[in-house]
Write a protein that binds this ligand. Structure first.
Ligand SMILES: [Zn+2]
Length: 463
């Protein structure tokens, strides 16, 4: 097995400290709004979400992120006229990989349902979704040769999650769009985009690299359940449900359509991708208000949400296995409408509330980053965290995933596990937010809020 080459994404804490870089920040940011209301109170929920988000954004923009740090608070009172918001486009460029990457043009689209052989890149605790950007710095000759071959051919390889040393049998193709060879240390940097899901039928172990016979999984699109019975005389009045102003017209026509069927209209609501996507986007309004792009197409949205939720590997694999957008959106809506908190995956200590999550990237609150040693980190950005202990070393701006911010390693106060980093504005103190936390997805799990915690949370929010 010594010939096997894996893209090691594990953040080995000791190794990290020895070279000072493996625990570098990355941001898997998730912005979720929690609500505890039922479907009937949806408009009320939207209103309160809107108010809550405006308030949250105001806090971030005007007061900085972490008021417990007196130094920051002092700086924050400085010249307000010079305050500038962080440019959310910066993290999406992954500029820490260097500026000399060569761009590859064109796009490879594989026919759905075809069988093919695909070079495989198993990655610990990384589940790639279509549309997601994957930055990589690789050093092993096996992986470099494989990627080099890909660039000469269709630029496509398969990413599969290695979970508890077990290879998952479902993965996503990744298409390389930028690369550079032979840096100072002979490494190889690439940026790739997740494209299509595949199912592994047979793994083939080569001399130094795995490949697999796979089937490209189809994305099943069902026609609307009432499409055949719909009142065609209303076709000219139909609208896409993309924003609030279209909702009244959309609902009226939907009810008229359902009236001629045997089922009440609320049954169809649970299977209409447009309605499910609209509800999810309403839950994520605060992300849009902070400048991130949330897709409107239901399929793109379902993958975007899967990428940005703080899910564990098993939940991510489950979402990747769904062939139909309706199943994915139903699962995600159920998840989003529960009060949740983020806790340490080792000792269960509370780390952050789901409502503390906010985006620091155009791509959303959770992104995949790579550090100088090649470790991959899915990182979620939150503006408040607790029960974390900061490394005594001064903040470092080296290889920072957020240009303008320096990072400090943060560990769990209860069990010392590595939980992520605290980012603080470096040099330019007029940058907003002044500081925030980047939590690594591997260190966290999300669980529903217990009744007792909900009361405490409400009390502390109102105080
Ligand atoms: Zn812990």
């Amino acid at each position: 097995m010594e010939d096997e080459v894996y893209a090691d994404t594990d953040s080995d804490t000791e190794g990290a400290n020895s070279d000072g870089s493996a625990e570098q920040p990355g941001i898997l940011q998730v912005y979720l709004i929690q609500n505890t209301f039922g479907d009937d109170n949806y408009l009320t929920i939207c209103y309160w979400f809107f108010i809550a988000n405006i308030a949250a954004v105001a806090v971030i923009n005007n007061e900085g992120v972490d008021s417990e740090h007196s130094e920051d608070a002092h700086e924050d009172n400085a010249s307000s006229s010079e305050i500038s918001d962080f440019d959310l486009n910066l993290p999406t460029s992954h500029s820490y990989l260097g500026s000399n990457l060569e761009e590859l043009k064109g796009r490879t689209i594989l026919d759905e349902g075809i069988y093919m052989n695909l070079p495989l890149l198993p990655m610990r605790s990384v589940v790639l979704f279509p549309g997601q950007t994957l930055p990589l710095a690789v050093f092993g000759s096996g992986v470099i040769n494989m990627l080099d071959n890909c660039i000469q051919k269709n630029r496509t390889f398969g990413v599969v999650c290695l979970s508890d040393d077990k290879l998952e049998m479902v993965g996503t193709t990744a298409e390389i769009f930028e690369y550079t060879q032979g840096g100072e240390d002979g490494g190889f940097c690439i940026k790739a985009k997740g494209r299509q899901r595949f199912k592994i039928l047979e793994i083939i172990q080569g001399y130094s690299q795995k490949s697999a016979n796979v089937r490209i999984m189809p994305e099943i699109t069902l026609s609307h359940p009432i499409f055949e019975q719909r009142l065609t005389s209303l076709d000219h009045r139909r609208v896409m449900l993309l924003n609030q102003k279209d909702q009244a017209t959309f609902d009226r026509i939907r009810k008229l359509d359902a009236a001629v069927t045997a089922w009440p209209d609320w049954v169809y609501k649970h299977y209409d991708p447009q309605i499910l996507a609209f509800k999810i986007r309403q839950n994520l309004q605060f992300i849009v208000s902070r400048g991130s792009s949330v897709p409107t197409d239901p399929t793109d949205l379902s993958f975007w949400v899967a990428q940005n939720l703080p899910l564990d590997d098993k939940e991510r694999i489950l979402l990747l296995e769904y062939d139909c957008v309706i199943s994915r959106l139903q699962w995600q809506l159920e998840y989003l409408t529960k009060d949740r908190i983020l806790v340490c995956s080792t000792c269960d200590k509370k780390i952050a509330k789901q409502s503390d999550i906010f985006p620091m990237s155009k791509e959303g609150p959770q992104s995949t980053f790579c550090n100088s040693s090649g470790f991959i980190h899915d990182t979620i950005t939150v503006y408040k965290a607790e029960n974390l202990k900061l490394d005594p070393n001064p903040p470092s701006a080296e290889y920072s995933w957020f240009p303008g911010y320096a990072w400090t390693i943060a560990n769990c106060d209860g069990c010392e596990s590595h939980m992520g980093w605290r980012f603080t504005a470096h040099k330019n103190k007029s940058l907003r937010p002044l500081s925030f936390w980047g939590l690594t997805r591997k260190g966290l799990k999300s669980r529903k809020l217990k009744k007792s915690e909900r009361k405490l949370s409400t009390r502390s929010d109102s105080s």
